[in-house]
Design a protein around this ligand. Structure first.
Ligand code: GDG
Length: 483
């Protein structure tokens, strides 16, 4: 029976090494959930890095890892510490990530990073090819593996290959600065279907294809050698049911079953019924607009002083890529800004910003989503932003207001949110005021529409639509042959 091979940088598993014993737990992230029907229910295989470097594994441990991941329908690609430093922290996170998010000043064009990226993409290709059987399809994920589709296609032209980019594709003017731009584009063109979150990213990609490779593009189809490569947008959804049901169960908890965090949040709500909570959750990443958010909140408190002691910003910032220098600088800047605003405005009974620098278990995430009156999401660039969708999904009474940056891919599908430009503090301050004063009927009417849309376009539906479209590309190839 033919299967689908999913390929991503990391396997959907957390693997820990404990005195030569392996502890394996499945990841519960959005991608893993969305791909479940393609992966496990369909007899598929997931290929990726296990999270343990070659240096951490001796021969017998490597065999143990292979055996353990095989049980989860996975196969691992072995990477060395040098690969991780250069391909992952280097080329992926210091070149592609900043460039594709329009942070030119952070982008490093390092030949060594690029060479490592090519080598590691080849390592992935070898494992994919080793596991391919006739009739299999391949779905490659994200910016760490842009060269992989062509590496597979070269060896197995018969195989259908889909590629999905989870981050923005930048405009031609940005992309053209990239020294190895032709190689990157032709790497992607090994796919039969290339998917993006939004139509804008698709448009930017096609423009680079036309202007850099000078290829013919008809609507959303690229004529490439004797093949057609289809390009389309597939906005990724969330596991709506999981978030919505967790929120329903959460409201039914007895006091004794509540988390410590929830008890603190309840205390806060009880202490002053008219004090509101504004929430933000993101990885500590310079694309997420964290300093902008804090500065805009400070601006809001200065512009509308009547809200002092009546509102609190809860910021959950999850540590991320902390060995990359820009992330260390951002951490410092965030600490200082939070310190400044708390120092300036706090009273004996009120701290304006509650700041958590850590990741939290899923239940605490639900505590935060369900207790907050407003979600303030201000990325300066973001492929999609699933947090915006998760917040809305947990509003079981349909109250709550989402303030969303127009620079997030999610803004294209969430028109009922209060939309802001993350660089316009005046506008953010006014949106915060509007959100805090929004009549409950208006909140319900906005969230009703948003929830319906999120429920319909869940992450399972997203994966299904992508696979359906990939299957349909098989017929496109025949059109060319018969012309
Ligand atoms: C990339 C793109 C695109 C966060 N903190 C905790 C936690 N989370 C979960 C959230 C959410 C996910 O992590 C974050 O997803 P985002 O979409 O917001 O952002 P990125 O990590 O940057 O993801 C992005 C996405 O890929 C998908 O294509 O939307 O644009 O940058 O699901 O709930 N989960 C737990 N504890 C935390 O502390 N358990």
């Amino acid at each position: 029976m033919s299967k689908t091979i999913i390929v991503s940088n990391r396997l959907p598993l957390q693997i820990k090494l404990n005195n030569d014993e392996l502890e394996i737990t499945p990841s519960v992230g959005g991608l893993a959930t969305g791909m479940k029907s393609v992966h496990k229910d369909d007899g598929g295989l997931w290929i990726g890095w296990s999270g343990l470097t070659e240096e951490e594994l001796n021969e017998s441990l490597e065999k143990k890892v292979d055996k353990a991941v095989a049980k989860e329908n996975c196969a691992s690609v072995n990477l060395s510490q040098n690969d991780i430093d250069n391909y992952y922290f280097g080329f992926s996170n210091r070149t592609l990530w900043p460039l594709f998010h329009y942070f030119m000043e952070y982008t490093e064009f390092e030949k060594d990073f690029w060479e490592s990226y090519k080598r590691v993409n080849q390592k992935f290709a070898d494992v994919v090819i080793e596991n391919l059987e006739d009739g299999d399809k391949v779905w490659v994920h994200d910016y760490q593996l842009l060269l992989l589709p062509q590496l597979i296609k070269d060896k197995r032209p018969d195989v259908s290959i889909g590629f999905f980019l989870h981050i923005p594709f930048p405009s031609y003017e940005i992309f053209r600065t990239f020294p190895w731009r032709e190689e990157l584009l032709t790497g992607m063109l090994g796919s039969d279907l290339i998917g993006f979150h939004t139509y804008d990213y698709e448009r930017h990609f096609l423009s680079s294809i036309k202007r850099i490779l000078r290829l013919d593009v008809k609507f959303n189809e690229i004529i490439y050698h004797d093949r057609i490569v289809k390009v389309d947008s597939f906005p990724m959804g969330i596991d709506y049911k999981k978030f919505h049901e967790a929120a329903i169960n959460h409201t039914e908890l007895n006091t004794n079953d509540k988390s410590e965090l929830q008890q603190r949040l309840d205390d806060h709500i009880q202490a002053s019924q008219d004090t509101k909570l504004i929430l933000s959750i993101d990885r500590l990443d310079y694309t997420k607009g964290i300093p902008n958010r804090i500065r805009a909140f400070e601006y809001f408190l200065n512009k509308y002083p009547e809200f002092k002691e009546k509102v609190r910003l809860i910021m959950l910032s999850v540590p991320s890529r902390s060995n990359v220098p820009q992330y260390q600088l951002l951490k410092k800047e965030t600490d200082e800004l939070v310190g400044r605003i708390n120092g300036q405005f706090a009273t004996v009974s009120w701290t304006p910003v509650w700041y958590f620098y850590r990741s939290m278990p899923f239940d605490n995430l639900i505590d935060l989503y369900t207790s907050s009156d407003v979600a303030l999401i201000t990325p300066v660039r973001d492929g999609m932003n699933l947090v915006a969708k998760e917040y809305v999904a947990t509003r079981t009474k349909k109250d709550g207001v989402l303030i969303l940056s127009e620079m997030a891919g999610a803004s294209k599908e969430m028109n009922e949110a209060l939309m802001i430009n993350p660089n316009n503090f005046e506008q953010i301050a006014d949106a915060i005021k509007q959100a805090l004063e929004m009549p409950i009927e208006e909140q319900i009417s906005r969230n009703t529409i948003l929830q319906k849309r999120l429920e319909r376009y869940s992450v399972e539906k997203w994966a299904h639509e992508f696979m359906k479209s990939l299957d349909a590309t098989k017929n496109l190839g025949q059109v060319i042959v018969s012309e």
